[in-house]
Write a protein that binds this ligand. Sequence first.
Ligand code: PGA
Length: 252
Amino acid sequence: MRKQLVAGNWKMNKTLEEGLDLIQSVFDKLDEHPNGPVVFGTPYPFLQAAAKRIKSREGFYLAAQNCHHEDKGAYTGEVSVDMLASVGVDYVIIGHSERRQYFHETNAQLAQKVNLALAKGLLPIFCCGEPLDIREQGTHVEYVADQLKASLFHLPESDFRKIVIAYEPIWAIGTGKTASTAQAQEMHAALRNLLAGKYGQSVADDTTILYGGSCNAQNAAELFSQPDVDGGLIGGASLKADDFVAIIQAMG
Ligand code: PGA
């Protein structure tokens, strides 16, 4: 059985104090144990302090929003997977569309990041998704399939089983324009089918595929009720404790 999961991606928001307050508020407002892992994707400078808070609470995990694709060396300002592991990070978001778009990260670099993360025991949350023009041309499934093939399909099955996929249509990120449940389900089912072809049905059935892109407290339950949608990667709505808690509770 695959797991459901909700991950917040704070992006470049909040100060340390605000971030720790947010984590505490989420803990305070959740009286029931979440139905799946809940992940806080905080900025780098907060990771160590956030790890201390999060480790005390069962079911909660910490993610970095990125990592460098090289192991170590003269890369001023960059952060390695080893550094993340050394401060208690569990997951790492890899290939977010903002990284691909603004920092020109390539499929090949993303494959290197995935390899390093797995080698150091971090679990990748691998993002994929199409821009609006590709959606309008109707080639979105092929486009996203190519992203997975290019950065993940070199992995042996045992490694692939550690990957969480996040489908995030770029036209839905931060725009308030959510994919319809039918659009999300269509893509998630197509990706699962792709995984079945490559790794077999059992791997496909066990892979957690998240939806991201203007997922919020109002639409999360309907999105998560789709048979192939296993939770969400949440940007804006993860910055407010009430909204994030409602989304966590939408995991059925
Ligand atoms: P959003 O962002 O929820 O603000 O649309 C999602 C994401 O970029 O992960």
